[in-house]
Design a protein around this ligand. Structure first.
Ligand SMILES: *Cc1c(COP(=O)(O)O)cnc(C)c1O
Length: 387
């Protein structure tokens, strides 16, 4: 057998442009918050089209500060989908509040909006919808429920950059939207996150709390010689972004739609390559929504196969095709299961997804030859195990 190239599940799309921009930052002497952080925040805000944007060092920090800004308290409840990364749930626990999980809809893989209303209590303060793989949730329906019960909507848009719902960009659809710039996300700075909102109060609170609760910007503190004075109005956090990360962010933002177009194209090739294959279920597309195409999640047809999804993943790896699995549902993690006494039978669609999903490589550097190889290898392995 000839040695085949290993197809990685993910590779960041960076080149000399990012390297030059980071080198420029190092030469500038601004290693933490500085002019590039400000510039990136403003360029990002412009791109999204929100009134305000506050950059921080992760989605987790962004989500934490969003909940802090709405005044979440011990004993409060926040509704989230169970089919998400644990960060969506943990930020709620920071306040000794309770994450209330809802199942997903099997078509969109997003939280089932119809299931939200039955989980609302007098203690519910917010809903955090997650746009799985970048496909926007039904935001009209979620906003309507939130309005009816006076809840805040905080979107987990870690996957949804850029995504559109009824022609409007994610980041402009609800009260607060949080983005991630983690290494594997669609705009990668290594670590990073952003809070977008049209609410001035929220913006002010997040801006203060992201840097020790200091009530003004640190760059002003250093810009005016002798201006050493500052005041702390609350015990804040150390969640600031840095100019080194902003250097990457500025270049990545310029490439954002080019990278999006590449992932959209790969999605089209996968859709075509797997079309009609009854051994798997393909991601669905929606007329009124445009995805970021962050993930390409197939689901294997368990009933038609002799082996488990895990075996398929193992064989793909042996053949040099790297894949992943998004997500282990929150209700399966011991902490959440035990603390909130969760029963997996309450989340049948997330359970089904947990047992059948495989996420395939999808990034701009993936060559046509390798896209073809992924399609061929997945199809052949599934066929080998057909009942
Ligand atoms: C990656 C991710 C997060 C966490 O983002 P960080 O920037 O690593 O904190 C939150 N939610 C979802 C859905 C994610 O995929």
């Amino acid at each position: 057998m000839t040695e085949k190239e290993y197809i990685h599940f993910h590779r960041p799309y960076m080149d000399d442009e990012e390297i030059h921009e980071v080198a420029d930052t190092i030469r500038s002497g601004w290693l933490s918050v500085g002019p590039k952080t400000l510039l990136f925040e403003e360029r990002f805000r412009e791109y999204i089209g929100s009134q305000y944007a506050a950059v921080v060092n992760s989605w987790t920090a962004a989500g934490h500060l969003a909940l802090e800004a709405i005044g979440l308290k011990e004993g409060d409840e926040v509704i989230i989908p169970t089919f998400t990364f644990p960060a969506t749930a943990e930020i709620i626990c920071y306040f000794k509040a309770k994450p209330v999980l809802v199942d997903i809809h099997p078509d969109s893989m997003n939280m089932n909006a119809e299931a939200i209303e039955s989980r609302i209590t007098a203690k519910t303060k917010a809903i955090i919808p997650v746009h799985y793989g970048g496909l926007p949730c039904d935001m009209d329906e979620i906003n309507q429920i939130a309005k009816k019960y006076r809840l805040t909507v905080i979107e987990d848009a870690a996957h949804a950059l850029p995504s559109w719902y009824k022609g409007k960009k994610v980041g402009t659809l609800s009260d607060i939207t949080c983005f991630s710039f983690y290494a594997t996300k669609t705009l990668a700075t290594g670590e990073g996150g952003m809070v977008c909102t049209d609410n001035e109060e929220i913006q002010k609170r997040v801006s203060v709390m992201r840097l020790h609760g200091i009530d003004r910007n640190v760059w002003n503190r250093y810009a005016n010689a002798g201006s050493w004075y500052f005041e702390v109005i609350a015990p804040g956090y150390k969640y600031n972004f840095t100019d080194i990360h902003a250097a990457l962010g500025l270049v990545q933002l310029r490439k954002l739609e080019e990278m999006w177009a590449a992932r959209k194209r790969i999605t089209g090739l996968y859709d075509k390559g797997f079309k009609g294959n009854e051994l798997l279920i393909l991601p669905k597309h929606f007329q009124d929504r445009e995805s970021s195409y962050h993930l390409y999640a197939i689901r294997v047809n368990e009933e038609a196969l002799k082996v488990s999804r895990d075996q398929i993943i193992q064989e793909l790896k042996q053949e040099g095709v790297g894949t992943s699995m998004h997500f282990i549902p929150v209700h399966r993690h011991p902490f959440y299961r035990d603390t909130f006494d969760l029963d997996l039978r309450d989340y049948p669609h997330a359970e089904k997804a947990y047992h059948t999903v495989i996420t395939l490589p999808i990034y701009p550097g993936l060559s046509d030859k390798n896209i073809e190889r992924v399609i061929e290898t997945v199809s052949r392995i599934l066929q080998n195990h057909k009942k």
